[in-house]
Every structure is written in C-alpha cells, then in structure tokens.
Design a protein around this ligand. Sequence first.
Ligand SMILES: Cc1cc2nc3c(=O)[nH]c(=O)nc-3n(C[C@H](O)[C@H](O)[C@H](O)COP(=O)(O)O)c2cc1C
Length: 357
Amino acid sequence: MSYNTFGHMFRVTTWGESHGPAIGCVVDGCPPRLSLSEADIQPWLDRRRPGQSKFTTQRQEADRVEILSGVFEGQTTGTPISLVIHNTDQRSRDYGDIAGRYRPGHADVTYDRKYGIRDYRGGGRSSARETAMRVAAGAVARKVLGQGIRIRAALVQVGAHKVERARWDWDLVSRNPLFCPDPVALVQWEDLLADVRKAGSSIGAVIEVVAEGVPPGLGAPIYGKLDSDLAMALMSINAVKGVEIGEGFAAAALTGEENADPMRMRDDMLEFASNHAGGILGGISTGQPVVARFAVKPTSSILTPVPSVTRSGENVDVMTKGRHDPCVGIRAVPVGEAMMACVLADHLLRHRGQVGS
Ligand SMILES: Cc1cc2nc3c(=O)[nH]c(=O)nc-3n(C[C@H](O)[C@H](O)[C@H](O)COP(=O)(O)O)c2cc1C
C-alpha cells in the first residue's frame, strides 16, 4: 500500500519529514527531451519559501533544489526524475515540549492513533514542508504543459475580507508578498495580518487558481473526471478544508438561467458567453479557463492555550510556541498552482494516450 503518490501518467511521489536530513520527490512519466534544469524549478520554490515577509514564518530554509536523476545534458530522458532539498533549519528544540502532547488542530493525535508512533519534530510527515516538493514537481509539470497553458493563483479572501473583483490586477499579484490581486484589499489585509500576528492568533483564507489555455478534452468519465482529480489534489494540501470548481457552492443559490453558460459559433469557433462551470463539463475541459478555489483553515499553532491531552492520557492545555505563519493560506498559493499543474499535466498525457494529440 502506498499513499504518497498521485497521478497516473505524470506520477508524483514525495518523501521526507520536516526535520529529517532532506525532503524529495520522484516524478515518473515525464516525457523525454524537455529542457529541464534546477533554474527552471528554483523560482517556483522561491515563491513558496518561508521567511520572505513579516506575514509568513521566520523559519529560514533556502529550499535549494537538486536534480539527482532523469535529466541528461539539460534534457529529460523519460526516466524517473528525482529531486531533493536538504533541510537546513531543523531546530528540534523548538518542538521538544510537544513530544508527548497533542497540538489541537494538528495531525499529532491521528498519526499516533493510527501508527502508534510519530515523528513529532515539526509535525514530521504531516508538516507542510512536504508541499515544497509539490511545488518542485509542479515546475516539471509546467514544462510538460508548455507555454500555451498559463497557471496563476491569487489570495482572494483573508478572514471575512474578500477582494473586489472589479479591481483584480494580475500584475499586482506578482508584486506583493500576499499574492493579493486587489490594491485596496492588500492594505486592509496587511493591517489585519499585523494585528493577528501581534495577538499570537491566526486567520483563514481562500485561494483561487486559474489555468488558461487548457485545450478542450482533458479529463474523462466517470472516475477520471478533471474536476474530481483537481478536488483531490487541492484537498490534499495541508490545512485545506474546502474546494470549489467554477461557481462552486454559490451555484446552489442560482437559477438554471443564471448558471447557464450560453454557447454560440463565431468565425467557426465555439464560444461561451460565461464560465460558471469553471471550464469543466462532465469532467472534461471545455477550453475555457479552469477555475478552482480552495479554503485554508486558520493556522492551528496559536499562542492561546487550548485544552488537549497527552499521549499518556492526561488533560493539559497546549500553547504552540515556535515559528509559524499567522495565515498559512499565503504560502499555499504557489502550492495550489503546482497541484493544478500536476493534475493538468497528468490529464494531458492521459488524453494523448487515449485519444492522440
Ligand atoms: C504552506 C503551509 C504552511 C503551513 N504552516 C503551518 C504552521 O506554521 N503552523 C501550523 O500550525 N500549521 C501549518 N500548516 C498547516 C498544517 O500543516 C496542517 O494543519 C496539519 O498538518 C494538519 O492537517 P489538516 O489541517 O490538513 O487536517 C501549513 C499549511 C500550509 C499549506
């Protein structure tokens, strides 16, 4: 049994723990003769790296990726691509006091109950450190997808505060550490996050991921639907508690007329007048942008003591010290993009395998 692998033809396996010597992944199924070097992967990792602003954890990890296999003379060879990042900031002493206590909202209690053993240093395998390898794999996936498919994500809500879509500016997203597309919301969020951090508290967020240039036809009935694979991939990110495609939960409040995406032919091309479906019908891409959103819970590590229990069954109150993000939704933005890239790369190869290009 293996639960550390996802994808069918573009297959990603991650390994490693937060405070082990290294984390890594194996990307199997990548087509040969794609140009690939560390320089193609590193910029994506740099966007997820901690310690880049006062709004994310001050844990300092360089997250330098190294390609160990699957690339020869700058090109993929069609064999497994192994990527590794050495952990450089393993301060186990920050976590020693929670070795025998279960942190509320973390996976400590469930890992222990399931396996009877857990690496308590920084959450071990349940730590979001693992998501660095998803981002690395996502960079390889982007190579498979090519320049024609563009995947971008933005933070669209922090706590109860949403962006105003009329002010959406993609250029702004790449110029601010919160990945915010709205200049007004950005200022509001900065103040809010400063207060949350000062209070030793945390706050949740919603991220929107958009893939443009996706050709029609990716995804398959019935258990190979593009939307169900996307939901699985996004839901598998740490702290994610909800996933929506297109109109998502809001579709329940619409009428059929409001939710319809009217079609017309223009210059021999099929055109949709709207995209409530989020670019997917019947589990298959329509050719419109694929739009997904995911909700991230507030960081569980907070300075307020919360009732919990110890491994040996005593009642205690747990306050989590250490270096934590007040809003883990921020660093989840590049992770969401990477998961979208991996799912699309997998479906592109699956589509070619079944239908041809
Ligand atoms: C990028 C990222 C960074 C995270 N950093 C932290 C953190 O510093 N502190 C914390 O309590 N949780 C953090 N989390 C969330 C935990 O990893 C997650 O809540 C925990 O493993 C339990 O899993 P679950 O919330 O999915 O049930 C982070 C999540 C992401 C996506």
